[in-house]
Design a protein around this ligand. Sequence first.
Ligand SMILES: [Cu+2]
Length: 113
Amino acid sequence: MKPVQVIGLIAFAASAMLPAQGGFSANAAGPVKKPAAGSRAMASAEVLKVYKNEKRLLLQHGPIENLRMEAMTMEFGVSDQKLLDSVKQGDKIRFVARRVGDDYIVTHLKLMK
Ligand SMILES: [Cu+2]
């Protein structure tokens, strides 16, 4: 998120330095690139419970943009044993989940400090 903010600032400064010259200033900053979807799609959560055998997590999560989900507490499947082993109860995480049939599966996960 930081590099994008810096670029935005430079673009703003560049356009501010140009006096109004018709359409010219609009091109000065070049095409605006959207930030990579990865970081934006991550939701935050606290791990309330790890079900090792079932490969599931009980998460108290914040809003999940790509799933159009409000903050709530619910279970998720976990796609990968390594992800499951990387968390324990009480951990704060950021994660990406996707819907698979009637279930929701955590596909990426990052521990927060
Ligand atoms: Cu939910």
